[in-house]
Design a protein around this ligand. Sequence first.
Ligand SMILES: Nc1ncnc2c1ncn2[C@@H]1O[C@H](COP(=O)(O)OP(=O)(O)OP(=O)(O)O)[C@@H](O)[C@H]1O
Ligand SMILES: [Mg+2]
Length: 329
Amino acid sequence: MEVSDPDAIVNVEGLSITYRTVYGNLQALNTVDLKIKRGESVAIVGESGSGKSTLGLAIVKLLAPNAYYTKGRLLLDGRDITKLSNRQVSLLRGSTAFMIFQDPLNTLNPVKRVDVQMLEAIRSRLKQKGETFNEEAAYQEAIDKLKDVRMPDADSIIRRYPHQLSGGQIQRVVIAMGLLMKPKLMIADEPTSALDVTVQAQVLDLMRELQQEFHMSIIFITHDINVAHSISDRMVVMYAGEVSEASPADVLVKKALHPYSQALIASIPTTSKKEGQLNAIAGSPPDMISPPKGCRFHPRCPFVMDICSRESPRTVTKDESDVRCYLYG
Ligand SMILES: Nc1ncnc2c1ncn2[C@@H]1O[C@H](COP(=O)(O)OP(=O)(O)OP(=O)(O)O)[C@@H](O)[C@H]1O
Ligand SMILES: [Mg+2]
């Protein structure tokens, strides 16, 4: 068993991931570093295609079959999952982490009632631990978990099929099923973007409460900087497959260091109620099959220097921020 930092639930060091495509190799992650502490809430933000989902999926080894690890280490709860077999990772994932996706309906089986699915999850957890299954106790545990996610009318909801539930109810069932596994880490990939605004806020509040109640870590993937700021202790900004900056959420919003994070923060509309869309930066993200040499942001960067187009910067720590930019060394 490897443990490089016992306080970290996730420890990613120099991770690179490539997708094989018919057009060539797409370099979706380039030497990414990321550390998530136990009990910490971290939001990953960045434009579409910046590699947020790839990073989330890599952490639980659920990447598409055309993806492969090219470099680096990825420790989940102290174990390097790039070196474990699929079966070992699946056991580790079951007891450590669960992932919530944008479209939660896909996570549930449409032809099975909620109670059947929850009982199956409990049965598999007990089996992994060599404990015996008791239907009555399991049913009670399932009801309790639905109550933990503040599901009104849990006794009736549990007997329904997924299509008989609203979007917000489905997302709560999915979270309750995740909690059944007693995870240490919850990864939520745009979990509320399919919901309407009021329900979105309720689900976000719920996730924040559960994180504290169960002392879980959360990785929260979103396009919306305002949401990211409200839910996280720390924010990680990604650009074109690289982590540009990782800072405490308040620091990032008040004093972003990387020119790309500064542009992102500047693009948040402050007077209107519109969501924090990431749209005010001149130019467009690079082609990831042949990304720019050096810093991938340099063609769009207002502070570009000679070195930026030659070599990829290393991540340096400045005050409370980790930043990958030559302006800081
Ligand atoms: N299975 C795949 N095969 C080939 N390329 C992929 C695959 N999945 C993602 N990509 C590419 O990898 C890059 C990163 O994609 P990813 O889905 O991680 O971005 P993202 O930040 O989550 O974007 P979004 O905000 O749109 O969800 C993109 O260029 C994307 O087109
Ligand atoms: Mg995504």
